[in-house]
Design a protein around this ligand. Structure first.
Ligand code: ZN
Ligand code: FE
Ligand code: FE
Ligand code: ZN
Length: 286
C-alpha cells in the first residue's frame, strides 16, 4: 500500500509570554515549529485593547512594540514567520479594532470570542465562555456574537468556533442547527475562514474545535480553513495536527489557506500539489 506523503499544516495560532498566561518568545515557537517539520507558523498572541476589557489575559498596549520586536527577531532566523494577532470580538470593540488592526502590518487576524459579555478590565471572577457550555441560552447568544463578528468585516479567521464545549458540555443537535447555521452563513458571506483548532484535544472535551458536524456544514458553504494548536507553550506547537488534518479531510477538505498580509491562498492538505489560486480574505477590505 502506498501512503500519501505526510503533510502537516502550518500552525496559525500560537501565544507568547506577553499575554500573562503563556510561556516563551516568538523565536521559541518558531524553532518548535521547525523541529516538528511544520511548513509555517503565525505568532498570534492575545492583542491589547485600551478599553475596559480583560487586561489579565493579554499584553498591555505599551507592550505591543515588544511583541513586534519579538516577531522581528524570529524572522531573522525564519523570514516566513507570520505576524498575527488573536483579536477579541466584543460589543463596542469595532471602532477601536478597525483603526488598530489597519495600523499594523498583520499577516493574519484571528477573531475570537472568549466572553459572552465584555468583562471588566481587572475583575477576578471572570466567567469565560466555556463556563456557560451547559446553558442553552449561552450557545444561542454565542453564535449570534459570531455572526456579528463576521458582519464586522474586521477579522480573517474565526478561532475555535465551538469553544463553549471546552468543559465537555455539547449543545443539542437541533439547537446547533438552529443557531450555528445562520452564523456559518454570515461567515461565508464575509469571506472569512475558520480555524481547525487542536487545543480541544488537550481540554476536557477531548475534541477538535469545531466538531465534525460544524466542519461539514462549513465545507458545504465553501468556508476555507486554517489550522491552529493554540499553543501557550512552545512544546504545544503543532499539537496533534495529524489528527486535526485527518478530521478536516474526513469532513471533505482538501485545502487550507496560507496567509500573507491578510490574503489567503489555498494549499493542499492531502499530499497533492498546491493550486495557488488566491482567495480574497475579509482583511483585504480594511
Ligand atoms: Zn490564551
Ligand atoms: Fe482564544
Ligand atoms: Fe489563543
Ligand atoms: Zn485562543
Amino acid at each position: 500500500m502506498i501512503l500519501a506523503p505526510t503533510m502537516l499544516p502550518a500552525d496559525y495560532h500560537t501565544h507568547t509570554r506577553l499575554c500573562k498566561h503563556a510561556a516563551g518568545e516568538p523565536l521559541d515557537y518558531v524553532r518548535a515549529a521547525r523541529r516538528r517539520g511544520l511548513p509555517g507558523i503565525a505568532v498570534t498572541d492575545h492583542g491589547p485593547t485600551p478599553l475596559e476589557y480583560d487586561g489579565r489575559h493579554r499584553m498591555e498596549m505599551d507592550e505591543f512594540p515588544d511583541y513586534l520586536r519579538g516577531v522581528e527577531t524570529a524572522r531573522q532566523e525564519d523570514p516566513s514567520v507570520l505576524l498575527g494577532i488573536e483579536a477579541d470580538y466584543f460589543e463596542g470593540c469595532e471602532s477601536f479594532m478597525e483603526g488598530w488592526l489597519a495600523a499594523h502590518p498583520f499577516d493574519l487576524v484571528l477573531g475570537s470570542i472568549h466572553y459572552l459579555e465584555p468583562p471588566p478590565r481587572e475583575k477576578n471572577e471572570l466567567r469565560h465562555l466555556w463556563d456557560f457550555g451547559a446553558i442553552r441560552a449561552a450557545w444561542k447568544r454565542y453564535f449570534e456574537l459570531v455572526g456579528r463578528m463576521a458582519d464586522s468585516g474586521l477579522y480573517d479567521v474565526v478561532a475555535h468556533l465551538d469553544m463553549l464545549k471546552r468543559n465537555g458540555s455539547r449543545p443539542l443537535d437541533s439547537d446547533l442547527r438552529d443557531w450555528a447555521l445562520p452564523a456559518l452563513d454570515r461567515i461565508a458571506r464575509a469571506g472569512m475562514a475558520i480555524e481547525v483548532n487542536s487545543s480541544g484535544l488537550r481540554h476536557a472535551v477531548r475534541e477538535v474545535y469545531p466538531s465534525p458536524q460544524l466542519l461539514r456544514w462549513a465545507r458545504e458553504r465553501e468556508i476555507p480553513i486554517v489550522f491552529g494548536s493554540d499553543a501557550h507553550e512552545p512544546e504545544q506547537v503543532g499539537f496533534k495536527f495529524d489528527l486535526a488534518a485527518q478530521q478536516a479531510r474526513e469532513c471533505g477538505y482538501t485545502q487550507a489557506l496560507l496567509f500573507k498580509r491578510r490574503i489567503g491562498s489555498p494549499v493542499s492538505i492531502d499530499g497533492s500539489t498546491p493550486t495557488g489560486r488566491p482567495l480574497a480574505s475579509s482583511g483585504s477590505r480594511i
